[in-house]
Write a protein that binds this ligand. Structure first.
Ligand SMILES: Cc1ncc(COP(=O)(O)O)c(C=O)c1O
Length: 456
């Protein structure tokens, strides 16, 4: 590996922001034998990344990038197979200790619900994302409900969204008294298709709600153009896309999740609305806390409000864990590139499709599309588990319009979503989390080669 400070990627002279495209560039540089050597932007979320990148300056030149990054991917002590998402590894030992210290400090102050950590956490999130406003909430679901209401979604309105998301997306629309209208997605990323959205617009449409599926940014420029043409609100479900370049840049508001399974997960449920509009942020604060007028105790200015703001306890833990944000992103990005490289021969043979290694991606999940439809996919999942003890998953097993609920026929009986269905019948998720080791990833890849060979 060459060590270069002269040509370290695209950030020469500017500080590395720590967003997805800058992490993508660091990983691309590593793959071509160039070590990233630039200052990292001084924000809480970049603290641990800055330490790691500066430690590379003095490290001896290794023969392979894996050797340089190996300390970031410790092997688990008990290695019986490869679990999909082992709960005990959601946080590292250092993160657990930082969270415990933060909780101890909150216990001493007894400031459990409101308190100074809330604003500090909001400021740190906004600073990391380069957006003016963040309003922290009790969950990503709360953030979605609040953001939708803040852009004017109310009873009887229609909100256009995809069918291949976590139930929170449609539930947030229902919680506003509005109706989800399902549009089709683009292939292979599974994100909302602006053309399909345009076809679903009616006089009752008030907003469009794209989901950055698995962490890949939807076509926000295309969706903004459609929204502007029809005077609609645009709210992002960015619950899987913290730190993705472009989040919050095109929309009225974006919802984030900090639940423990997300790229940055706290010790309980938490979320945030981020927005470039101070006015929308103000509305979110009012809606999120009982409709109370900001700065006035128990005095309402809105008829209806929620009790959906983040607790000071969780915000304090969030502040303690935020320093690992972009380093966690770097781990995921490195693993994603390693998967893409390792699976390329299978992709070239037409055995499976892997995602492109894209800069606007948080790699919350790593989907592959094995050839052959649902039966072949299910057989592969089963083979990986039984023969290699590698857990894979179909993360959302039932599409919104296929959920057996009382409203299914009335609201979704006519839904025509061929590309959504096509993807849904093929997608398989491979293990990818910030605690996955390189050795575990190699075992997943070996297992996949062996299983697909057996199936041919
Ligand atoms: C796409 C999507 N939307 C919304 C949510 C809801 O977030 P939370 O669990 O924080 O309420 C999640 C996370 O579970 C999600 O993945």
């Amino acid at each position: 590996m060459t060590v270069s400070t002269a040509e370290p990627g695209t950030f020469t002279g500017t500080a590395l922001p720590g967003d997805s495209s800058s992490l993508h560039r660091v990983v691309q540089d590593l793959a071509r034998g160039v070590r990233t050597a630039h200052p990292v932007r001084d924000t809480l979320a970049n603290q641990e990344l800055a330490k790691v990148l500066s430690s590379w300056d003095s490290a001896p030149a290794p023969v392979h990038p894996d050797a340089l990054v190996a300390p970031l991917f410790p092997e688990p002590s008990r290695a019986a197979g490869v679990p999909f998402l082992p709960k005990e590894r959601l946080l590292s030992r250092e993160e657990k200790s930082a969270a415990a210290d933060a909780f101890t400090r909150v216990l001493e102050s007894c400031e459990f619900t409101s308190g100074p950590a809330v604003t500090a956490f909001e400021d740190a999130v906004a600073d990391y994302l380069g957006l003016p406003c963040a309003v922290a909430t009790g969950s990503g679901t709360d953030a979605l409900v609040i953001a939708l209401r803040a852009v004017g979604v109310g009873p009887g309105d229609e909100v256009i969204m995809p069918a291949n998301s976590f139930a929170a997306t449609e539930n947030a629309v229902f919680a506003c008294g509005a109706v989800p209208v399902l549009a089709d997605v683009t292939r292979p990323d599974g994100n909302l298709d602006p053309e399909s959205v345009a076809e679903r617009i009616t006089p009752r449409t008030v907003a469009v709600l794209p989901v950055h599926l698995y962490g890949k940014l939807a076509d926000m420029a295309g969706l903004r153009a459609v929204a502007d043409r029809h005077g609609l609100g645009l709210v992002e479900d960015a619950c899987q896309a913290l730190g993705v370049t472009g989040v919050g840049q095109y929309s009225d508001a974006a919802a984030l999740s900090f639940n423990p399974y997300k790229n940055v997960g706290l010790c309980g449920k938490a979320g945030a609305v981020v927005t470039g509009s101070a006015e929308i942020a103000e509305r979110c604060r009012v809606i999120g806390y009982h409709g109370f007028e900001p700065g006035r105790k128990n005095v309402k200015c809105e008829a209806v409000g929620l009790n959906a703001r983040i607790d000071n306890t969780m915000a304090a833990i969030g502040l303690a864990l935020l320093p690992w944000t972009s380093l966690r992103g770097l781990r995921r990005t490195y693993l994603a590139r390693r998967y893409v490289d390792a699976l390329r021969p299978l992709a070239e043979e037409g055995v499976l499709e892997a995602p492109a290694f894209a800069p606007d991606h948080s790699w919350h999940l790593f989907p592959v599309l094995p050839a052959g439809g649902a039966a072949a996919r299910d057989a592969l999942l089963e083979d990986l588990a039984r023969r290699s003890r590698v857990e894979s998953d179909v993360y959302y097993p039932v599409l919104t319009h296929r959920q057996q609920t009382p409203v299914r026929e009335r609201l979704f009986g006519q839904a025509h979503l061929p590309r959504t269905e096509w993807l849904h019948n093929r997608v398989l998720h491979l293990p990818l989390h910030a605690g996955l080791s390189l050795g575990e990833q190699d075992r997943v890849v070996e297992a996949l080669y062996a299983a697909t060979r057996r199936a041919r």
